[in-house]
Write a protein that binds this ligand. Sequence first.
Ligand code: ME8
Length: 672
Amino acid sequence: MGRFYLTTAIDYVNSRPHLGTAYEKIAADVIARYKRLAGFDTHFVMGNDEHSQNVYRKARELGEDPLAYCDRMAQEFLDVWQRMNISFDDFIRTSEPRHRAGVQELVRHMTAAGDIYEGHYEGWYCVSCEAFKQEKDVVDGLCPIHRTRPDWIREKNFFFRLSRYGAPLLTHFADHPEFLVPDVRRNEILRLLETGLDDISVSRAGQAWGIPMPQDPSSVIYVWVDALINYITAVGFGTDESLTARWWPADLHVIGKDITRFHAVIWPAMLISAGLPLPRQIFGHGWVHYRGEKMSKSLGTTVEPLDALERFGADPLRLYLVKEISFGSDGDFTWERYEDRYNVDLANNLGNLVSRVAAMAEKYRGGHLRPSAAGPGRLAALAGDALRVYEREMEAFALEGGVAAAFRIVDAANEFIAETEPWALARDPAKSERLSQVLFDVAEAVRVSAILLLPVIPASAPELLRRMGERTAPGDLRLGDAGWRNAGERTIQNGDALWPRFAGAASASVNVGSQDPSDKASKKRSVNVTADQFNNAGPAAAHDAPPSGSAPAPAPEPSAASIASQIGIDDFMKVDLRVARLLTAEKVPNSRKLVKLSVDLGTEQRTLVAGIAEAYEAEALVGRTIVMVFNLKPAKLMGIESNGMVLAASPDGGKPALVGFDQEVPPGTRVR
Ligand code: ME8
């Protein structure tokens, strides 16, 4: 069995984790869980970075002993990570004896290599960056990252001969193109290496909070040197050789793009100096913004992860962050979008599919599904393709691509139900075998997608699997189990909706202008995500309640009159036609023709009323892709506001037929 050792950055504990720092842990957890699913012996390490001056200052401000403060913060961090279902195997704190021993040992190795020398440092130091700054790094007297004035320091320091390692690092980058990803980070560091490296100060004089330099206990080791070494002290460097031999070098360091230089230049140079192997790969992820602004503790623009957890629990948050942000790029979090995606992906799509499959299995087969002799339908091949794409994307840490592949199966299963109409098959005894296979196929599609989603939604995917009759314990499932199985009997369990639709007003809090969580300014707002303001009636709707002035146009023979009423392309382009996916459909009470629909338009959801009840059973509409007029004025039909109009062919005297596509088109696409 292959082994995989991965780490995240270790967090400063001068304030609680925010959604940006949590994002990193979630992404790394998805990778760790994927690796376990793929059969790797996986070791996943996280931790806290405690020797920063900001941490020391914060503890003093609160009148606490720094170590006692760090103990308390460690509990707070661990509590958040536990609630987010982060499956780390070890959690290292830089105040631990095992870390201190390993750090001093590694500095001794670097000293023995002749790479540490004494000197004097005079210059800028930004405490929030915990970094020495050159004149060119200070803009208008301020650190451009933290917008604070750096300290001018003059002290005796120990220096590391980083300048020696520019050439060896360039060679390493050339020999190992995968060493730093994505490419944008690699190119940035290559440019830096090409300009040459200066030696760096690796100690701070006259400070007590930190790990003493072995050669001069009156100086402490520079906090970044101390922190970087955690990756190897966590696997026993300096304390447990066999553990180090088992796990080092790390396979992957997951870190934010702002700290790439420390990880891809200073850290490997330290390791080369100490004669140790380098980590195999570093992934520099992007930032999570809140409404376009970087979320940062020191800037005070943070979203509390616990607020997000309280909204819907850990799984929806994990899914949002992994699915909506391309791993490696920056992404945005807004409460509106989060609630929207929850409704679309979980309540309406996956959640609804599971409920429908369970309800139909119960209704038509007493909860017991068996395949028929006919063999599986088209979902089997589609799921096989999706599995291959999933594996390829996850191996490349394109996490969003992996999740999208799993959701392709979910989408296809919803479409398959709309297409095969199990309720119609159930009415015809001659189609009983076909019905058995259709039900078995959709249950199998849910089972397969749930296995692929195990790393992302680890609390609810096991429940999906249980409901679909999977007997293997989730922790024992491997990727191979996601292969299509067209055999055996499945006992399907029904249950409460896993993700009830969110229709209420949202209130969210964001910390603005304060680092102190107890001093947060809460912004409360109302968001109506169901946006129950609508219009439309399809063509036939007018029979029930014609909205004034919107009678359906007849389809006349071409005539002089019709030619006279021809419109130009400009007029046509005024009509904004869009692709939408039907999420829910219910017959409007006391109306023969009207159905109330909710639709996903990619960026928003709407409610429409359409006159298609005589042509379609409401149940059969869910999951269908339709075309609608997007920019129609709202109209009220039978007391329901309809916002848009569904396009359908309206044969004289016949039933309306919905406009559709011969291939998959994503919701929101314009039709012209
Ligand atoms: O940098 N979006 O700690 P830290 C995404 N202790 N990621 C973010 C983020 C955001 N808005 N804000 C921060 C440190 N991060 C050091 C690391 S490792 C040897 C020492 C990421 O608490 C950030 O890029 O400031 C980093 O990877 C991690 O959160 C911890 O940040």
